[in-house]
Design a protein around this ligand. Structure first.
Ligand code: TPP
Length: 645
C-alpha cells in the first residue's frame, strides 16, 4: 500500500501537470514520506501559496518565506502527534499552518471568521501554544518539557525563536532556567539578522552569521596573508595555525554563549538546506540535555522584492504578487505619520527630547526621527520593559524621553511604568499607537486595555486625541507636563491630515465641547468622539432632539468639573470609548458619578466600549460595526436612550 502510494507520488511528479504535492499532505506526518527532491518541490509550492494569499489578505510575508525549509525539516524530524513545536511570535507559521491541516482554509487567513495569522490553540491541536507577542516560546517549551518529565514521558519539545525575539529578557530568563533544569529541550534559533528592521544589540553581533562565517573567513585570510609573507617559516606556521583554527572558531562563535548557559550548541546550519537540517535535528533529538540549534535563514527567501526589502515585507497589506507593489492606502496620512512629524517639529527646538522604540522604528513612525536625530534615537530591541526603565533613567537626568510603542506591547511594562516611572513622577512620555481595535492581527494585537492598565496609576496622565491634529496638541501638552503622560491613538487615520496652525498646549484636565444639547449628553474618549458627533447630528435630524457631544481628551486626570456640569444639565449620559469597558474611561466616569451621588439621583448612564472578551480578528471597520462602535451603532444606542423615559 505504502509502495503504491509512493509510486503514484513519483509518477505525478514526472508527469508535468501533476497536482501539487501540497494538496496531498493530509497530516503533518505525510511530509516524512517525501524525499529531498519532493520536499524542495513542496517548498516552492508552499512559497507560491503563501505569496498569493498574503498578496490578497495582507500578513507576515517575509518571516514566513524564510522558514519554509525549516518548517519542512521540523515536520520530517518530529512526530507532531506526540512532539511539540512552539513558534515564537507565530508570525512565521504560515507554512506550518499549510502543512498541519489548514490548507483548505488558508485563503481565509486573517479574515473575519477565517484562520488566525498566528498559532492558536483553539484552531488546531498542532498549535500547542497561542502566541502573537514575542519571546515566550522558550518559557512555554520549558514548561511543556517539565510537564513531560513529571509524567514520565519521552517526547521532544522544540521552541523556534528568531534572533529578534531572542533580544528580549524573557528569552534569557528561560534559557537560564532551562540550562539549570537540564532536561532535553531543543531551541531553534532562526537567525536572519533581522528583527522587523535590522536586529540590534551586542547580542546580535554574537549571533550573526557574519561572525561565524564571514568574519571568520576575513580573519582567516588576514592571518594567512600575514603568515605567508614571512620568509622561510611562513608555510610551517600556516600549518600550525590551521590546526588552531577550530579552537579560535569555537571561542568566537555563539557556542561560547549558549554553552555557558548549559546548552549544547549545534550550528550554524544553513536554514535552506533541508538535508543538513535534517541531520542536525536527528543529532539534537539524541541529546539528553538542552540543545540550541543555530539556523541561518534569509528573510523573504524566494520572493525577490521581499529578499531585497525584508523590513517592508515583514508585515504588510495587500500587494501585487508579480511586482510586490502595495495596493491601497500606503500614502494615507495616519496617526503614526502625524506623531512622527509632530515629534520631529518639537525635537528641533527641544534638545531634551529623545525617542525610544522597542524594535519598531517603522511601525511607530520613529524611523524618520532616527534619520533626523540619530544620536537622540534609541532602538532597544524587543525589550519593552527595558525601554521604559531606560526612559526613566534618562528622565532623572533632565531628558524628555518619548517611548513610542504599540498599546498591546506596552502591557509587558506594567510594573516598569508603575514602579520606575509613575512612582517617581518622572516626565516620560508614552505614545501608544494601535490603541483600540487593530483589525486582522486580532486579539493578541488589539490595544484594548491601555486605559485600564494606566489610569489607576497615581501621577500618570492619560490622553486620547479625537484626530491627528489633536495628537500634535497632546504631544506638546505632554512635553510641557511635569510628570508621566501617555497618549493613545488608533491604527489608521481619522481626518487623514493636520491643519497649518501650530500645535498648542491644551488646558489640563478639561474636555472639549463639540456640540451643546439638552436631551442627551455623550462623552467620548479619543477617536470615537468624531464618530459620536456624526451619530448625534444624524439622530438630531431624525428625532428633533438636541444632543451634547464632548471629546473627553483626558482620561486621567478626569475632567471632573466638565463631567459633573454635564451630569447636572442632562438626565441621560452616554459614555463611549474603544477600550475594555472594565476599568476604562467609562468606569472612571461612573466612579466619579457614584462618588458624587449622581447615580442615586437617577441619572441614566449607558456605556459603549469593548466587551469583557477577547475580540477576534477581522477588518477594523467590520469589527467596529459588530461591536457597535461605529457611527450606526452609536446612533441606535442614542435613539434607544432618547426613547426611554
Ligand atoms: C512583545 C512584542 N513586541 C513587539 C512585537 C512586534 N514584532 C513582531 S515580529 C517582530 C520581529 C521579530 O523578529 P525575529 O524574532 O527575528 O523574527 P523574524 O521576523 O526575523 O523571523 C516584532 C518586533 C511583538 N510581536 N511582540
Amino acid at each position: 500500500m505504502r509502495l503504491a502510494r509512493a509510486l503514484i507520488w513519483r509518477m505525478d511528479l514526472l508527469t508535468g501537470g501533476a497536482p501539487r504535492i501540497l494538496d496531498r499532505i493530509q497530516a503533518p506526518s505525510d511530509v516524512k514520506r517525501l524525499d529531498f527532491f519532493e520536499c524542495s518541490k513542496l517548498a516552492g509550492e508552499l512559497r507560491s501559496e503563501i505569496i498569493s494569499v498574503v498578496a490578497k489578505n495582507g500578513g507576515h510575508l517575509a518571516p514566513s518565506l524564510g522558514v519554509v525549509e525549516l518548517t519542512l525539516a521540523l515536520l520530517r524530524a518530529f512526530d507532531l502527534e506526540e512532539d511539540k513545536v512552539i513558534w515564537d511570535v507565530g508570525h512565521q507559521a504560515y507554512a506550518y499552518k499549510l502543512l498541519t491541516g489548514r490548507r483548505d482554509q488558508f485563503s481565509t487567513l486573517r479574515r473575519f471568521g477565517g484562520i488566525s495569522g498566528f498559532p492558536k490553540r483553539t484552531e488546531s491541536p498542532y498549535d500547542v501554544f497561542g502566541v502573537g507577542h514575542s519571546s515566550t516560546s522558550i518559557s512555554a517549551a520549558l514548561g511543556m518539557a517539565m510537564a513531560r518529565d513529571l509524567a514520565g514521558k519521552k517526547h521532544h519539545v522544540t521552541a523556534v525563536i528568531g534572533d529578534g525575539s531572542m533580544t528580549a529578557g524573557m528569552a534569557f530568563e528561560a534559557l537560564n532556567h532551562a540550562g539549570a533544569v537540564g532536561s532535553p529541550l531543543i531551541v531553534v534559533l532562526n537567525d536572519n539578522e533581522m528583527s522587523i528592521s535590522r536586529n540590534v544589540g551586542a547580542l546580535s553581533l554574537f549571533l550573526s552569521s557574519n561572525l561565524s562565517a564571514n568574519w571568520m573567513k576575513r580573519m582567516k585570510r588576514r592571518i594567512e596573508s600575514i603568515l605567508l609573507s614571512i620568509p622561510n617559516i611562513g608555510e610551517d606556521m600556516m600549518a600550525v595555525a590551521r590546526r588552531g583554527e577550530q579552537t579560535l572558531k569555537g571561542f568566537f562563535s555563539p557556542s561560547f554563549l549558549f554553552e555557558a548557559l548549559n546548552f549544547n550548541y549545534v550550528g550554524p546550519v544553513d536554514g535552506h538546506d533541508l538535508e543538513e537540517m535534517s541531520r542536525v535535528f536527528e543529532l539534537a533529538k539524541r541529546q539528553d540535555a538542552p540543545v540550541l540549534v543555530h539556523v541561518l535563514t534569509q528573510k523573504g527567501r524566494g520572493f525577490t522584492p521581499a529578499e531585497k526589502n525584508p523590513a517592508h515585507f515583514h508585515g504588510l497589506g495587500a500587494f501585487n504578487p508579480d511586482t510586490g507593489e502595495a495596493y491601497g492606502s500606503g500614502t494615507a496620512f495616519t496617526y503614526t505619520k502625524a506623531f512622527s512629524s509632530a515629534l520631529i517639529e518639537l525635537a528641533k527646538d527641544d534638545p531634551r527630547i529623545v525617542a525610544i522604540t522597542a524594535a519598531m522604528p517603522e511601525g511607530t513612525g520613529l524611523a524618520a526621527f532616527a534619520e533626523r536625530f540619530p544620536k537622540r534615537f534609541v532602538d532597544v530591541g524587543i525589550c519593552e520593559q527595558h525601554a521604559v526603565t531606560l526612559a526613566a533613567g534618562m528622565a532623572t537626568q533632565g531628558l524628555k524621553p518619548v517611548v513610542a510603542v504599540y498599546s498591546t506591547f506596552l502591557q509587558r511594562s506594567y510594573d516598569q511604568i508603575l514602579h520606575d516611572v509613575a512612582l517617581q513622577k518622572l516626565p516620560v512620555i508614552f505614545c501608544l499607537d494601535r490603541a483600540g481595535i487593530v483589525g486582522e492581527d486580532g486579539p493578541t494585537h488589539h490595544g484594548a486595555f491601555d486605559l485600564s492598565y494606566l489610569r489607576h496609576m497615581p501621577n500618570m496622565a492619560v490622553l486620547a486625541p479625537k484626530n491627528e491634529d489633536e495628537l500634535r496638541d497632546m504631544l506638546i501638552t505632554a512635553v510641557a507636563a511635569d510628570g508621566p503622560t501617555a497618549i493613545r491613538y488608533p491604527r489608521g487615520f481619522r481626518d487623514g491630515a493636520v491643519s497649518e496652525r501650530p500645535a498648542r498646549v491644551l488646558p489640563w484636565a478639561r474636555m472639549e465641547s463639540l456640540r451643546e444639547g439638552v436631551d442627551l449628553a455623550v462623552i467620548a474618549a479619543g477617536d470615537t468622539a468624531l464618530a459620536a458627533l456624526e451619530a448625534a447630528k444624524a439622530v438630531e435630524r431624525e428625532s428633533g432632539k438636541r444632543i451634547s457631544v464632548s471629546n473627553a481628551r483626558f482620561v486621567k486626570p478626569l475632567p471632573e468639573e466638565d463631567i459633573l456640569s454635564l451630569a447636572r444639565r442632562h438626565s441621560r449620559l452616554l459614555l463611549v470609548e474603544e477600550n475594555a469597558l472594565a476599568g476604562g474611561f467609562s468606569s472612571a466616569v461612573l466612579e466619579l458619578l457614584a462618588d458624587r451621588g449622581f447615580l442615586e439621583k437617577g441619572l441614566c448612564v449607558r456605556r459603549m466600549g469593548l466587551p469583557d472578551a477577547f475580540v477576534t480578528h477581522g477588518e477594523q471597520a467590520l469589527l467596529r460595526g459588530m461591536l457597535g462602535l461605529d457611527q450606526s451603532g452609536m446612533e441606535s444606542v442614542m435613539k434607544d436612550m432618547l426613547a426611554a423615559n
